[in-house]
Ligand binder design. Structure first.
Ligand code: ATP
Length: 242
């Protein structure tokens, strides 16, 4: 059946040993949406993303995750990238001892359309001129913000339909944070569906269509992003207002 649900999570639970980090959550991301998952440190946001992509080998994971109408369990990250699901992890994970250019090409490792790859490299260099200027430099020499941009550009080189972003603004200067959010909006406007985990609730909700609030392993609120920005509880707990 044709579905506009890109990602469906039902009854997801994750335990690290005796610690229940995710306690049974449901969430849904529809095609073309930019959805944000906000919440305090330790709420379980990163664990949720890792459970979705199956990158939590040491843990007990229960529940159901469907991507593009298919159960996701047991797929390798290679399978997922080939099926156009890409994740940019917290801490970025660029290949520090490869050049910026090589990092971008690595992002295209599931593709074999040489001309298309070259066009995409040019496109991302256009969006991130800093990366172009430094294309022959080792990625490890980039600033945190530049590495974040490279990590996003590399993930986008795989032509994802769904992009999972884990705290792209973490540790960046206010100017770089603005720039990263601008890029997230640009990518969303190009039709890429995005699930964005963020502690910067204000900017995340300003960019998103809908949001979910996670607290101590549970989803405690969800709704249109604007309604959440206007909600007194969200304002007090996550937007730093009295
Ligand atoms: P942050 O924004 O700080 O990353 P988060 O909302 O992403 O927070 P998680 O990183 O998912 O939260 O952590 C959820 C809970 O699971 C926390 O209590 C954390 O201490 C615990 N946890 C995370 N990773 C592990 C691990 N590898 N082993 C044991 N406990 C873990």
């Amino acid at each position: 059946p044709v579905t506009d649900v890109m990602l469906k999570v039902e009854g997801l639970k994750v335990a690290y040993g005796g610690i229940q980090a995710v306690k049974g959550i449901d969430l849904e991301v529809r095609k073309g949406e930019l959805i944000t998952l906000i919440g305090a440190n330790g709420a379980g946001k990163t664990t949720t993303l890792k459970a979705i992509t199956g990158t939590l080998p040491e843990c007990k994971v229960e529940g159901h995750v469907e991507y593009a109408g298919q159960p996701i369990r047991g797929k390798t990250s290679f399978d997922l990238v080939r099926q156009q699901l890409a994740m940019v992890p917290e801490g970025r994970g660029v290949f520090t001892r490869m050049t910026i250019h090589e990092n971008l090409l690595m992002g295209a490792y599931t593709r074999d359309d040489k001309a298309g790859i070259a066009d995409d490299v040019d496109k991302w260099y256009g969006i991130f001129p800093r990366l172009k200027e430094r294309s022959a430099q080792l990625a490890g020499t980039l600033s945190g913000g530049e590495q974040q941009m490279l990590a996003m550009a590399r993930a986008l080189m795989s032509h994802p339909q769904l992009l999972l972003l884990d705290e792209p603004s973490m540790g960046l200067s206010p100017i770089m944070v603005e720039r990263i959010f601008e890029v997230v909006r640009t990518v969303a406007a190009q039709g890429v569906t995005i699930l964005l985990v963020e502690q910067n609730a204000r900017l995340a909700l300003q960019a998103a269509h809908r949001g979910y609030v996670m607290e101590s392993g549970l989803i405690t609120m969800t709704g249109p992003a604007q309604a959440m920005l206007d909600d007194p509880k969200v304002r007090q707990a996550y937007l730093g207002e009295e």
